[in-house]
Design a protein around this ligand. Structure first.
Ligand code: F6P
Length: 550
């Protein structure tokens, strides 16, 4: 923690730290008891997205100190630098402009003095033309059949965001079914292919770099599969398109560059679903819905860039996260959507948050001595209630939770939606209130227990409570509200990175494993000793070789 107290923001941290010592034993149950207006005071809205952050271990004083901290790191200056195309991704010397991809106001955004909006609009128009041809049946496969299935082949940011959105927006889908293949495990690709008709399948190879080995192996295997059925290399042009920034590599793969959708180095992989990387989404739900997704994100961008910190949803979420992470030592953060169609949200947010803020050095290369980005994890409610919620209620750790749900369902679901939402509200309340000794004892007495039987059971029936949570409600899960929700998390992560002094936009940490895999792969197939590897790795290589020899 020495770094914090040596930093230019030491005064703000120190004040926060002293305040934490006062707050450490305060129970939220008491904060609610003394303030019936807490819900009104600690809730915010952006369009059709509503945040209740009243179930936190905070007072007005806490929020004031957290906002002071944001001011002390010049958050407003960094927000402006991001918005206006400054190269804030210092280690890669790149601007960070996913907000330009959804800049529906079309105001100019300059990178190196050049407005990027005309290029953004050209690609959107190219996407619209293509999407409409595929959806209307004008685009046909090699044998003249219409397309019924589209397979996005990509990994990381070229997979998780598009998959999340395509699945979440299933009620808006037309006749074309999207599939997502990411894992280099052949079972993923071939498990999908065995259900598909090559004559009616379109592959979108999505890779910013077009050098990612997993994606290229999957794309090549998909091409072999297609050619084994259609028997003519000319079929590839009718069944493969690409989304990439690397024209040369796309062309070398054999995809007609007329069918390539470009984007730019100022779009990070995990922030790219708003670009042509979202092509599979657009094919599935149509371009109008894709643009509504952009509109929702744009509205959240406007909220983020224009609202004061005290009323700014991403800023408030980020500050609350910093409060628990840095001041209470919370190591993880759970994301629990009470909506089955948001099942992939935790996975997307894992990449977004952990690839952005899972870092130990500052922008200028100084190694930090305090914890930064938390472990993000989660699962859909109510399934998780019957799995890991025991630990949230009665375990030993402080784990802030985001509860997320739409108020209205798309489906004629009778009691299902009410049951779902009742459970979500109940969990947030139970985590906050807990159950006191007196309450638990009264319950056991009402069941007829007394004496040793009662007292031996009593400790197991106590709930300490005081577990913080956000409740994030959407009017309904629509393209617009989903766009706003995802953009909200992007900005939250950015704010936390600024407060901890990180560059949230590079990902050097994923390189080393890739490098070693390249060196190990030839050893698995060969005979030569695994020289240079430790005895554990060499032993494992040997076991694999023995197994593959049969
Ligand atoms: O391995 C990490 C990563 O670089 C991610 O950041 C990125 O989203 C993913 O790989 C895929 O990269 P590409 O789109 O270049 O294939």
């Amino acid at each position: 923690m020495k770094d914090i107290f040596k930093s230019p923001q030491a005064g703000s941290w120190l004040a926060l730290w002293r305040h934490q010592q006062k707050m450490a034993d305060v129970h939220m149950r008491d904060l609610f008891a003394i303030d019936p207006q807490r819900f009104e005071r600690y809730s915010l809205r952006c369009g059709e997205l509503f945040l209740d952050y009243s179930k936190h271990r905070v007072t007005d004083e806490t929020m004031r100190l957290l906002v002071d901290l944001a001011q002390s790191v010049d958050l407003a200056g960094w927000m402006q630098r991001m918005r206006s195309g400054d190269k804030i991704n210092l280690s890669e010397n790149r601007a960070v402009l996913h907000t330009a991809l959804r800049n529906r106001s079309n105001t100019p955004v300059l990178v190196d003095g050049v407005d990027v909006m005309p290029e953004v609009n050209v690609v959107l128009a190219q996407m619209r033309g293509f999407v409409e041809r595929v959806r209307s049946g004008e685009w046909r496969g090699y044998t003249g059949e219409t397309i019924t299935d589209v397979v996005n082949i990509g990994i990381g940011g070229s997979d998780l965001g598009p998959m999340l959105v395509a699945r979440a927006l299933r009620p808006y889908a037309g006749k074309i079914t999207p599939h997502f293949v990411s894992n280099v495990d052949g079972a993923h690709l071939f498990g999908n292919l065995e259900r598909l008709d090559p004559k009616r399948t379109l592959f979108i190879v999505t890779s910013k770099s077009f050098t990612t080995p997993e994606t290229l192996l999957n794309a090549n295997s998909a091409k072999d599969w297609l050619l084994s059925h259609l028997q003519d290399p000319a079929a590839v042009a009718k069944h493969f398109v690409a989304v990439s920034t690397n024209t040369q590599a796309v062309s070398a793969f054999g995809i007609d560059t007329a069918n390539m959708f470009g984007f730019w180095d100022w779009v990070g992989g995990r922030y790219s679903l708003w670009s042509a990387v979202g092509l599979a989404i657009a094919v599935a739900v149509g371009m109008d819905h894709f643009e509504a997704l952009l509109q929702g994100a744009h509205e959240m961008d406007c909220h983020f860039f224009e609202q004061p910190f005290e009323q700014n949803i991403p800023v408030i979420l980020a500050l609350l996260g910093v409060w628990y992470n840095t001041c209470f030592g919370a190591h993880s953060h759970a994301v629990i959507p009470y909506d089955q169609s948001l099942a992939r949200l935790p996975a997307h947010l894992q990449q977004l948050d952990m690839e952005s803020n899972g870092k130990r050095v500052t922008r200028d290369g100084h190694t930090l001595d305090f914890d930064t980005g938390p472990v993000i994890w989660g699962e859909t409610g109510v399934n998780c209630q019957h799995a890991f919620f025991q630990l949230l209620h009665q375990g030993t750790r402080l784990i802030p939770v985001d509860f997320i749900a739409p108020l209205r369902s798309h489906f004629p679901v009778g009691q299902h939606h009410e049951t779902l939402i009742a459970n979500m509200f109940a969990q947030a309340e139970a985590l906050m209130r807990g159950k006191s000794r007196a309450e638990a004892k009264a319950e056991l007495e009402a069941q007829g227990l007394s004496g040793p039987a009662l007292y031996s059971l009593l400790p197991h029936k106590l709930f300490p409570g005081n577990q913080p949570s956000n409740t994030i409600l959407l009017e309904q899960l629509t393209p617009k509200t989903l766009g706003a929700l995802i953009a909200m998390y992007e900005h939250k992560v950015f704010v936390q990175g600024i407060i901890w002094g990180l560059n949230s936009f590079d990902q050097w940490g994923v390189e080393y494993g890739k490098q070693l895999a390249k060196a190990i792969q030839p050893l698995l197939a060969g005979e030569q000793p695994a020289a240079g590897h430790d005895c554990s790795t060499a032993g494992l290589i040997d076991l694999y070789r023995q197994a593959s020899r049969g």
